[in-house]
Write a protein that binds this ligand. Structure first.
Ligand SMILES: Cc1ncc(COP(=O)(O)O)c(C=O)c1O
Length: 448
């Protein structure tokens, strides 16, 4: 076991870690249990990030960790082109009944979300024989080349590394910022505007017969935590059906019970042709999945999909335990109850600071507060921005929360703080987090 002084001397090697990775806290995170993590210097922090939506059942959930440890003693690596392993097949058995549509019956497991997005793009091109993709303004799908090409949340992800994958077209997500409309714009107008732009895109830029798929996050993640209205997803489905275009739902961040249903798209009743999952799927073990219809994937040539670590046995065993724990612990009920409590607290804060808080939004335990932006994207339409509102409110509030013992993240090019607490968080810990946030907002506003 290492001592604090050992780990302090280790910190010097932080200078040897690539500058390309950013970090929001100093020091070494040493352990995690449930909703809390501990640093080597004794700091204990409430974790409202879940490692960006990954440790949804809390850190080191005993049943998940045990399932992984047990699997480690049986077999760790079964390469997917050499043989099946039991957890891979058992995971399919457990996932089939919770799919948003029974047509989703063909699985490919990978490691990360980005890799699964790459596989999805390859699948869509292969089975349609078409090249082009339509993605959403504000979307995030990952940092590999295909995933970067369909990412539109921040230029930092692909700045200076072009050429990316060609054949990508962008349509607006029905989010007032993306459409340059006021925040008070009715949802029906946002949906109509977005779908109209899609029609234009198909008439002016990418012919339907050249378009393989439309890729959408049912809740925009890195783009600002904005749920897609059901009418929008239905509209996309209709356009896809009309033109033989595939609909890809990226549920990497919003899936796996995060929004109060197993998959965020369920709420709309819309059937995706391909669904991408990762993050919460294995509670911290690297595992992602591309789920589609057998009728589509039967067109793939054996050997065209695969990878050394694809569907690792330990990760799959952990994922099986995640699904079991989600059922046994009534996770969806907890998500809905805690979500209502957090929303009530955030709406109360908005009412108290109408000049500083522009919006409270999200679904389940994927919630966000958007602060007023006197300058920057959307500023012209910012109904509440006043000269008194300082810049970078979101970053300052997040930093203050961290100083007060709670990990929390910002998101998007707008002034947004996002809440991604564990899905099994207790009412008491949720209340504690909401109070830390409230104090941080009060202090930052007071400081101006
Ligand atoms: C919606 C979405 N898709 C894809 C990805 C990429 O996943 P990964 O970071 O595992 O490559 C992310 C990561 O944040 C995501 O939020």
């Amino acid at each position: 076991m290492s001592t604090t002084s050992d780990s302090q001397s280790l910190l010097q090697y932080g200078a040897n870690v690539t500058h390309g990775v950013s970090r929001i806290t100093e020091g070494i995170m040493k352990s995690g249990k449930g909703s809390y993590v501990e640093y080597d210097d004794g700091r204990k922090m409430l974790d409202f990030t879940c490692g960006i939506g990954v440790t949804s059942l809390g850190h080191c959930h005993p049943k998940v960790s045990k399932a992984a440890a047990d699997q480690c003693m049986d077999i760790v690596h079964v390469q997917c082109s050499i043989a099946f392993h039991e957890p891979y097949l058992r995971l399919i058995q457990k996932l089939l009944p919770i799919m948003p549509d029974p047509s989703l019956d063909s699985f490919f497991f990978w490691n990360s979300g980005s890799e699964a997005v790459e596989a999805t793009l390859k699948l869509a091109r292969t089975v349609t024989g078409r090249q082009n993709f339509i993605c959403m303004q504000g979307a995030y799908h990952g940092r590999t080349f295909g995933a970067m090409a369909v990412t539109r949340s921040k230029t930092i992800y692909s700045k200076g590394v072009a050429p990316l994958m060609p054949g990508v077209f962008t349509m607006p997500f029905p989010f007032w910022h993306q459409l340059g409309l006021p925040p008070s714009t009715p949802e029906s107008t946002l949906v109509a505007q977005s779908l109209y732009q899609l029609e234009l895109l198909l008439a002016q830029q990418t012919a339907p017969s050249d378009t393989a798929a439309i890729i959408v996050e049912p809740v925009l993640g890195e783009g600002g935590y904005v749920p897609a209205p059901a009418a929008f997803l239905k509209g996309l489905r209709e356009v896809c059906d009309k033109h033989g275009i595939l609909l890809i739902a990226d549920e990497v961040q919003c899936g796996f019970a995060r929004t109060g249903t197993f998959f965020a798209i369920e709420e709309s009743g819309v059937r995706p042709d391909i669904m991408v999952i990762a993050k919460g799927l294995a509670n911290g073990f690297p595992l992602s999945g591309v789920i589609s219809r057998k009728e589509l994937t039967d067109k793939l040539q054996p050997g065209s999909f695969g990878g050394t670590y694809a569907g690792n046995a330990v990760s799959c065993a952990a994922a099986c335990a995640v699904v079991d724990a989600m059922h046994a612990e009534d996770i969806l009920l907890n998500v809905r109850a805690r979500s209502a409590e957090l929303l009530a607290s955030l709406h109360g804060l908005k009412a108290a600071y109408p000049g500083h808080i522009l919006d409270v939004r999200g679904r389940g335990l994927m919630l966000a507060v958007e602060f007023a932006t006197p300058a920057g994207p959307g500023a012209a339409h910012d109904a509440v921005a006043s000269p008194q509102v300082g810049k970078t409110l979101a970053a300052r509030v997040a930093k203050r929360c961290i100083e007060k013992g709670m990990l929390i993240l910002t998101t998007s090019v707008y002034e947004v703080v996002r809440f991604i607490p564990p899905l099994n968080i207790s009412a008491a810990d949720l209340k504690k987090g909401a109070e830390i946030f409230k104090e941080a907002v009060e202090e930052v506003v007071r400081e101006g």
